[in-house]
Design a binder for this molecule. Structure first.
Ligand code: SF4
Length: 468
């Protein structure tokens, strides 16, 4: 028995003579090539689409866009790694026709064209829509946190800065004290200790630099009127789930077509909470699909007064109502029946709860009854003197929304199976869900490249590269 042997390195024809033979006829990279060739980069807003009359010729933006899309598809996102891939990866050699731009040129393209890259990602969806791959019959919305280029140490609020400042001043005072003691010793005839003196002086200089930095940060915090800021990446916000540590992150939102599985619209927000994003994401999706009505599935994080706003704009939302945790020992809010005609609530004891005030901020109305004090069911209803039920001003829209889920419980399974797995794929393709660039504009471009790569991959898997 022998082992499988490789080809001799001295063999003359190691690779096929023709560059086009480097990649298979149905390879993904050919889809990238054809897609970019079909785009009007000038119309999409890419810079340098027309060669300058003078100077050294530059690279055409379509080659740079090809390289980035191919890179994101192959988990190669950094400009230095892409530079290396251009000379050692057969697909990259084929795609760029053996061009080898340096990493500064590659990075400058992504830096200079964030909006155009977002437009190129949207162009792929338009293409899919025009050829009938997207139905838009039902869509699902969800968000995920993507880590920003900053560590948790760069998160600082007024309290922490004040604490650090006090600690720094205390350290400076300590070293100044040591220098005074040393001076006193010298005055009394003891030998000077120049090495120690130098070390203390260096420490004071370094602490003063830290103090200046803290003062600058306090000023920035006051100027921006923020409670907490991520220094070095001020567009990012500390985000996390539950009691997990809150890391500097962005909130990536995506709307997925249930029938095709393609991400038809996405955005990157720098607010940790999804609560204000249902209406803007729905409106943007309608614009992409060019429709007047939309059916959208979402999770409990989106169920708030925006549901009524969506209803007014012909968006039918299906999401569970988010209710606060309630002890199992007491009657649940669903056991209280609302009567629209009289605007009252009937409790399990048959008493009538009437409006007794408003929460302006939450746009909620309080309902109470004076019958609680003598109620035989009180021990199962409230630990206090009186049970209060809060009902949103727009609660009827939320109730209608919840009724859709009760009528068809499979909707929530559909939502989960549609919109959650793309995030898994995107995070796997993007280093575990980390952006490489700083600032919301640049991050949006990165997200667009990730989504475009996902959509191309998904479309090829679903419809085949030749058909696509
Ligand atoms: S405690 Fe009040 S709200 Fe609760 S069941 Fe009795 S009367 Fe109704």
């Amino acid at each position: 028995m022998s082992f499988i042997k490789g080809t001799d390195r001295g063999q003359v024809s190691l690779l096929p003579a023709c560059v086009d033979d480097y990649v298979a006829h149905d390879a993904l990279v050919r889809v990238v090539d054809v897609f970019v060739a079909s785009l009007d980069l000038f119309e999409l807003g890419f810079s340098r689409t027309i060669a300058a009359a003078t100077g050294r010729p530059g690279y055409h933006p379509d080659d740079m866009l090809r390289l980035y899309i191919w890179g994101y598809l192959n988990q190669i996102r950094s400009s230095r790694h892409l530079e290396r891939a251009c000379v050692r990866d057969l697909e990259a050699l084929w795609l760029l026709r053996q061009l080898a731009p340096d990493y500064r040129t590659i990075a400058a393209f992504r830096h200079d064209n964030p909006e155009a890259i977002v437009a190129a990602s949207a162009a792929f969806i338009q293409f899919c829509r025009e050829v009938g791959l997207i139905s838009g019959r039902l869509v699902a919305l969800d968000g995920t946190k993507m880590r920003a280029v900053a560590s948790s140490k760069s998160i600082a609020g007024a309290d922490r800065l004040a604490r650090d400042m006090a600690h720094t001043e205390k350290e400076i005072a300590y070293y100044l004290d040591r220098l005074d003691i040393m001076d006193e010793g010298v005055a009394q005839g003891f030998d000077d200790q120049p090495n120690h003196r130098q070390a203390f002086t260096n420490a004071i200089t370094s602490l003063n630099r830290r103090k200046d930095r803290l003062t600058r940060r306090q000023q920035v915090l006051a100027d921006r009127d923020e409670k907490v800021l991520v220094f070095g990446e001020p567009d990012a916000k500390p985000m996390g789930y539950g009691h997990s540590p809150k890391m500097p992150s962005y909130n990536m939102q995506s709307v997925v077509d249930v029938d095709s599985g393609l991400i038809i619209h996405h955005d990157v927000a720098n607010e940790a909470n999804d609560s204000q994003l249902l209406h803007p994401m729905s409106m943007a999706t309608m614009e992409v699909l060019e429709v007047d009505t939309l059916k959208i599935l979402a999770d409990g994080g989106y169920s708030n007064a925006q549901v009524a706003q969506c209803e007014r704009d012909n968006v039918e939302v299906a999401a569970p109502i988010k209710r606060g945790a309630m002890s199992a020992d007491f009657f649940r809010p669903t056991q209280f029946a609302y009567d629209e005609l009289s605007n009252t609530i009937r409790c399990p004891a048959g008493e009538t709860l009437k409006p007794s005030g408003k929460h302006t901020r939450n746009r909620a109305i309080r309902y109470r009854t004076s019958a609680c004090m003598g109620c035989p069911l009180k021990s199962r209803c409230t630990p206090g003197d009186q049970r209060t039920i809060h009902r949103l001003v727009d609660q009827s829209a939320l109730d209608r929304m919840e009724a859709r889920i009760y009528a068809d419980p499979s909707l929530m399974v559909t939502r989960r199976c549609t919109v959650e797995h793309p995030f898994g794929t995107i995070k796997r393709m993007s280093g575990g869900g980390r952006f490489l660039t700083r600032g919301l504009r640049a991050v949006k471009a990165e997200a667009a490249l990730s989504i475009l790569a996902f959509n191309i991959l998904h479309a090829v898997n679903a419809f085949g590269s030749e058909r696509l």
